[in-house]
Design a protein around this ligand. Structure first.
Ligand SMILES: [Zn+2]
Length: 449
């Protein structure tokens, strides 16, 4: 091999040590100043008067009372002095790559599904949802969309992905998978060893969370109040242990009382749906510091389409489904009165409008949760449930600058959450003015001819 010229050797050494990049530093991004007419720094607590926020490098640098456009020389100033600024909404239960109730043929390839997911993610962000936990996707598409958002390739909420549903063979989420889904059966959770392996495989694939289905769905016989859990205790315990070993929290889908309590005893972080929780559940939620994610939005949807959802093998009659939906709609209020830590999610996805999260806040209020506490569940409660309460869900110095702005006070009028005037995610301005305008897939957008 011929000797390299000295100059070239020096250059390659400089590149390896990083000296070349240090010689041409990238300039720090200019700070942004937000003038907020009203500020909700800690949802659930009273809205504050005018404040000025300084954002630098994705985070909140200063928060001061009053409106001071000159607080940071050279900064870009966003005048929201006629609006209310609050933390971005979080949705703790979505299926971004699952088209509920839509013919799978419509989305019959991973590529088509990825595009639909990416389009929906953009609309979600513009609806004020800055973080989403995806509670299962058997295709792997959500991982790709999550990573594309993280790297700035596309726009969308920060995604915490659960990957494939961990279910027993034939259990909820493991049925009727199209052939191009991640092959399911090798990772089914049937016995302690296979449950540990399924969890470890999900983590290897890229899961941030683990999702277990411990009961049937509200639409299935396995979701009845008195139904046996769909998994054995040693299966749930071992799945949770394997997740804990890798520092991943666990979300348990559970409707029946026995399934809820089994999952809580096993140490899951969140209970999804939780339709038939009882007094023992309440004590377990408090003792284990677990959160409830009621998902009233999907109960409304099922109740509005009984023709579609009633009957079928292992299904429930229209009367039973109506009774389940009625029970599910009361869950947030019952939980709040009992002192259960409340998070908030919709069970939504691309078949629904991206305002589902805001609607869920309204459903909490209908069930008896005071509006400020419902807004708190969608921000502070969700951030705490994610274990990210020091980063997200509140507006404090040092936190990530995920901010939204609305016209009025959403702690007095929930409908304000349906229309964003500004969305900022990690310090980056996503939209200002009418955020829904011209977002592809929104009613305002003209389809391409
Ligand atoms: Zn779900």
């Amino acid at each position: 091999m011929p000797a390299l010229p000295t100059a070239l050797l020096l250059l390659s050494a400089a590149l390896a040590s990083g000296a070349a990049s240090a010689a041409a530093p990238t300039p720090a991004a200019a700070p942004t100043v937000v003038l907020a007419g009203r500020l909700i720094a800690e949802p659930g607590e009273p809205s504050l008067g005018p404040h000025t926020l300084v954002i630098r490098e994705q985070r909140l640098l200063r928060i001061e009372p009053g409106l001071n456009p000159a607080i940071e020389p050279g900064a870009r100033v966003l005048d929201l002095s006629q609006a209310t600024v609050l933390p971005g909404l979080i949705d703790l239960h979505m299926h971004l790559s699952t088209k509920a109730d839509v013919d799978e043929d419509t989305y019959g390839s991973p590529a088509r599904l990825a595009l639909a997911t990416a389009s929906y993610a953009r609309r979600l962000l513009r609806a004020g949802v800055t973080t989403v936990r995806d509670t299962s996707d058997n295709t792997g598409v959500t991982y790709a969309v999550r990573d594309a958002i993280d790297s700035g390739l596309i726009e969308g909420p920060r995604i915490l992905a659960s990957g494939r549903t961990i279910s027993r063979t034939g259990g909820h989420g493991a049925k009727r998978a199209p052939s191009w889904h991640i092959p399911y059966s090798p990772a089914a959770c049937d016995g302690p060893e296979s449950c540990r392996r399924a969890v470890r495989q999900n983590i290897e694939d890229g899961a941030d969370w683990i999702k277990l289905t411990v009961s049937g769905s509200g639409r299935e016989a396995g979701g009845r109040p008195q139904a046996e859990p769909a998994m054995f205790e040693d299966e749930v315990v071992n799945a949770v242990a394997a997740a804990r070993q890798a520092d991943r929290p666990v979300a348990a889908h559970a409707h029946s009382t026995a399934a809820i309590n089994l999952a809580l005893r096993a140490g899951v972080r969140t209970i999804e749906h939780g339709s038939y929780f009882d007094d023992e559940s309440v004590a377990l939620f408090k003792r284990k510091r677990a959160y409830l994610v009621p998902t009233v939005f999907i109960a409304h949807h099922v109740a509005s389409r009984l023709d579609l959802f009633a009957g079928g093998r292992d299904g429930r009659s229209a009367d039973e489904l109506r009774a389940w939906a009625d029970a599910a709609k009361t869950v947030p209020g019952r939980a709040w009165r009992a002192g259960v830590p409340l998070a908030l999610g919709t069970d939504g996805g691309p078949s629904f409008e991206p305002t589902a999260t805001a609607l869920e806040v309204g459903y909490y209020v209908e069930s008896g949760v005071p509006l400020p506490q419902a807004v708190r569940a969608a921000t502070v409660g969700n951030a705490d449930a994610l274990g990210l309460g020091d980063e997200l869900g509140r507006l404090r110095v040092g936190h990530r600058a995920d901010l939204i702005a609305v016209d009025g006070d959403p702690q007095r009028d929930v409908s304000q959450l349906l229309r964003m005037r500004m969305v900022m995610q990690g310090g980056r301005l996503v939209c200002l003015g009418d955020c829904d305008q011209a977002a592809p897939g929104s009613p305002a957008a003209e389809p391409a001819k």
